[in-house]
Write a protein that binds this ligand. Sequence first.
Ligand code: SAM
Length: 207
Amino acid sequence: MSDTTESLTNRYDGAAGKWRDKMRTLGYYDGYLGFLCEPGSRPGAHSRVIDVGAGTAAFSEAWVAVNGAPSELALMEPSQAMLNRGAEALRARGVEPRLLPAILGEVRYTPSHEVLAAHVIEHCPDPLLALQHLFGLTRGGGRLRLVVSKPHWCNAIIWLQWRHRTFGKAEIQSLVKEAGFDIESDYAFPSGPPSRTSYGLVARRPD
Ligand SMILES: C[S@@+](CC[C@H](N)C(=O)[O-])C[C@H]1O[C@@H](n2cnc3c(N)ncnc32)[C@H](O)[C@@H]1O
């Protein structure tokens, strides 16, 4: 792990205790529910799911609330404090997650039908490489459900704490396609902080 990633992980370790409540209070959990309920491709009954940069697993929790328990759910997350809380939240929903304490690209893992990645590639030094790693984690015919930060003054304030980057819509769509995915749909969060900070996209790995 580079010094930059290690320092970021230490900061996420420090934020872990309040992260799950924060995701709810600020409307991100509800935002993820809305995104996953959008009409379009539904996951199969026996999907294997991985949540990359899972944090306290808000996106996975929403996935389970909408779709039920998957056949396997893995959390990839470098902050052990975040990972512990994410595992606890999923166990409360009757799901025992596989825990992968790692950064994207650090470990190989069996490709999944559903790859969830919310607000993580904005921390990666090379976003195209990060998307290529996400492509490698997606089975042929499987889907990436991606949420990224978009340009907005709210993100300028958040940047002061997290030093993350943002993506214009055309830029992220072009990177996702360059990584090998076909874009199926995009999603504008309808209200609250997610509507100002974030943008969602569903992309399919061709068979
Ligand atoms: C902004 S938080 C988002 C957490 C969660 N996805 C959510 O929406 O609540 C970013 C998370 O990505 C993790 N992260 C940062 N860099 C990463 C990387 N290169 N690979 C995987 N996870 C990373 C951080 O530890 C942190 O928990």
